[in-house]
Design a protein around this ligand. Structure first.
Ligand code: MFK
Ligand code: FAD
Length: 502
């Protein structure tokens, strides 16, 4: 009954739809090859990949514990679409671009721009890519040599049949934020210099990975280990099966039943003699995995900005198709004000993330000044905590702009909100990252803040018409004093940091 059917919002090429991204690249990386690649990839995302992402959601991974004859197999069954995402990621160089460095200091900006287009349609495949990128970065920092030489070449490969993804197994039952105290996994030395790991990893995402980096405590001859963070070392392990078809040294206990990110498996793993190699010096595990955290936190921020941009693109399109009170939504000033506010948040998030990507690219190309390096250290937790929170707010507002349809599962919209919610939890919660800001302020004896103030001052000095930016100047001044107040407050809460700063 009834002849009216609402036209659905259309997903168009996210690159051609994104004036800010194109303007940013025109200014900094005006390379035809980049524009052609992103334009073609954007088309592929809208026409093909988005459907795969949906398939990953509709066909979530499942765990098969036993084969029909009762043998333990622990097989994580993933959808065909999830597997296609892996091949596509290799072919499109979604990790490789950052390591090929064909565009010098701008290579990270190029790579992250591509991931930004991909993320909302990727069925969360950006999660394994983030960890893969982070693992490659760690290996690069500890030295690309056996036993990780082969793994490194696979992590950054563009050949689907060679490409590997990596896991990042840090969290245990006792501690995800406080891995230093919470890690119980032990590493038992073997006569050939390798180790066997025993413990339980409580959250392991994209568990169909080919390898992982993880933390454990090395046992001495008496079986004793060192407590706390200083007892942790970084290990590399391959996820493989023996001739009996069983996972070597791993039992998959169960898959997590999650609010969102359902497209991707997150497992609890029992490590029961997992063969592994130590990559860091003994006791330097946390410091060594920090490189991975930097990369995955930047990926997280890209995903957050991309989620905001995607919901806004759809909401804008919908506003040209949906009529209420006799006119299109786009002709209702109040509705447009809502979308405009979302646009401002999204632009702010995008520019902040891109600035961090730019700094990362400079550091990796050996072009970073001391100020750049300090800003990168300071802004990485800031951009992750800020965009993680904002993504939830903007995506939630975005759902409302579709009215009741924003709440209906098979539109694909509610999943965006569920997936956004994780962005402020994994890779460091908001408070833990706030303390990380404090950590880097204290450990640099305030130099990172000095770098920040200097940077902001130089940006303001470059503005010719000061009166036109007076509100911005005021806002920046306000933000600076807020930051100072925050540092003082956080330092008061964590006296240990005050001592360090002194
Ligand atoms: C779509 C994209 C998705 C992304 C992928 C998602 C899938 C994966 C999901 C995950 O969640 S993986 C698990 C992520 N876990 C975390 O993020 C842990 C959160 N907790 C922290 O970050 C804590 O702050 C930390 C574990 C690092 C605290 O450990 P400690 O041992 O108490 O820290 P401590 O003693 O202050 O620092 C130890 C060393 O590490 C120091 O170096 P030094 O010994 O040389 O001085 C620190 O400077 C260094 N360090 C710590 N954090 C750092 C860092 N260095 C650089 N950057 C940092 N952020
Ligand atoms: P807790 O550390 O117990 O934190 C609880 C609360 O206390 C938080 O609000 C936190 O902000 C607060 N808090 C903790 N310490 C402080 C402090 N010092 N000051 C103020 N507040 C504090 N981990 C992995 O290692 N690998 C993975 O692949 C992985 N995948 C995940 C996938 C999903 C979907 C989720 C939800 C999590 C995943 N995690 C993974 C785990 C994730 O990294 C942790 O859940 C996260 O780091 C928080 O740790 P926790 O759960 O132990 O919380």
């Amino acid at each position: 009954i009834g002849s009216f059917f609402q036209e659905q919002p259309a997903l168009k090429n996210p690159f051609l739809e994104d004036a800010l991204l194109r303007a940013y690249l025109r200014r900094h990386l005006p390379q035809q090859a980049v524009f052609l690649d992103l334009s073609a990839f954007g088309e592929c995302v809208a026409k093909e990949v988005d459907t795969w992402g949906r398939e990953c959601e509709v066909n979530p991974p499942r765990l098969v514990h036993f084969d029909p004859w009762g043998r333990r197999v622990d097989h994580i069954v993933t959808s065909a679409a999830w597997k296609r995402m892996k091949d596509l990621s290799a072919q499109e160089g979604l990790v490789a671009i950052g390591y090929e460095r064909s565009f010098g200091e701008w290579s990270r900006v190029y790579q992250m721009s591509k991931l930004y287009l991909y993320s909302p349609s990727s069925g969360l495949y950006t999660c394994p890519l983030a960890m893969t990128d982070g693992a490659a970065k760690v290996i690069q920092s500890v030295g690309v040599s056996p036993p990780v030489e082969e793994a490194y070449s696979r992590l950054i490969s563009r050949q689907p049949e060679r490409f590997w993804t990596s896991g990042q197994w840090m969290t245990e039952r006792q501690g995800g934020s406080d891995v230093g105290s919470g890690t119980e996994t032990v590493a038992v030395p073997q006569t050939d210099g390798s180790y066997k790991l025993h413990g339980l990893k409580w959250f392991t995402s994209a568990t169909d990975a080919d390898m992982t980096l993880t933390l454990a405590r090395v046992q001495d001859r008496t079986g004793a280990t060192t407590a706390g963070s200083r007892g942790l070392s970084l290990f590399y392990a391959e996820v493989s099966r023996g001739e009996d078809g069983k996972l070597r040294g791993i039992e998959v206990q169960r898959l997590k039943d999650k609010l969102g990110t359902r497209q991707m498996p997150t497992a609890e793993l029992l490590l029961d003699g997992l063969p592994a190699y130590r990559l860091s010096e003994e006791g330097r595990g946390v410091a060594s995995i920090a490189n991975m955290l930097t990369i995955t936190r930047i990926h997280n921020s890209i995903s957050a900005a991309a989620a905001m941009r995607r919901i806004l693109q759809l909401a804008r399109d919908y506003a040209t198709r949906r009529t209420a009170f006799g006119k299109l939504l786009r002709d209702h000033p109040l509705h447009m004000q809502t979308l405009a506010r979302m646009e401002v948040e999204t632009r702010g998030a995008f520019l902040l993330v891109m600035e961090v990507c730019r700094l990362l690219g400079r550091e990796e190309s050996g072009l970073a000044s001391q100020l750049d390096t300090q800003l990168l250290r300071l802004l990485t937790p800031v951009v992750k905590l800020y965009t993680g929170k904002q993504a939830v707010a903007v995506v939630s507002e975005g759902l409302e702009s579709f009215g009741g349809q924003g709440y209906i599962e098979d539109t694909g919209l509610p999943g965006m909100l569920r997936d956004a919610q994780v962005l402020s939890i994994w890779e460091g919660t908001t408070n833990v990252l706030s303390l990380d800001v404090l950590r880097c302020v204290a450990r640099s004896s305030g130099m990172v803040l000095h770098a920040y103030f200097t940077h902001v001052q130089s940006l303001l000095a470059g503005v010719s018409n000061v009166s036109s930016v007076a509100p911005a100047v005021k806002a920046v001044a306000g933000a600076l004093s807020e930051l100072e107040a925050f540092v003082q407050m956080a330092a008061a809460r964590e006296p240990g940091y005050l001592e360090l700063a002194a």
